[in-house]
Design a protein around this ligand. Structure first.
Ligand SMILES: [Zn+2]
Length: 71
């Protein structure tokens, strides 16, 4: 009987440790960044989301006009 109680205690402790371990994993995981990378227009210096920027020759611009003016 004592062995059965020990088994239950061990299982409870293992479960408790596993729960703590899983929680620590979740806390260590970096929060999902929904904000986009911001890039800077090489011409006027305005900041804009990367998806909205125009990439020309390795540099990012805010508009076609600025991309053209900078070559
Ligand atoms: Zn610009």
């Amino acid at each position: 009987m004592a062995k059965l109680i020990l088994l239950v205690v061990v299982f409870t402790a293992a479960w408790w440790l596993l729960k703590g371990y899983v929680r620590s994993l979740r806390e260590d995981a970096p929060p999902a960044t929904r904000s986009e990378d911001m890039v800077r227009c090489a011409s006027c210096g305005v900041h804009l989301p990367r998806s909205e920027g125009l990439l020309r020759g390795g540099r990012t611009f805010c508009s076609e006009e600025h991309a053209r003016s900078e070559g």
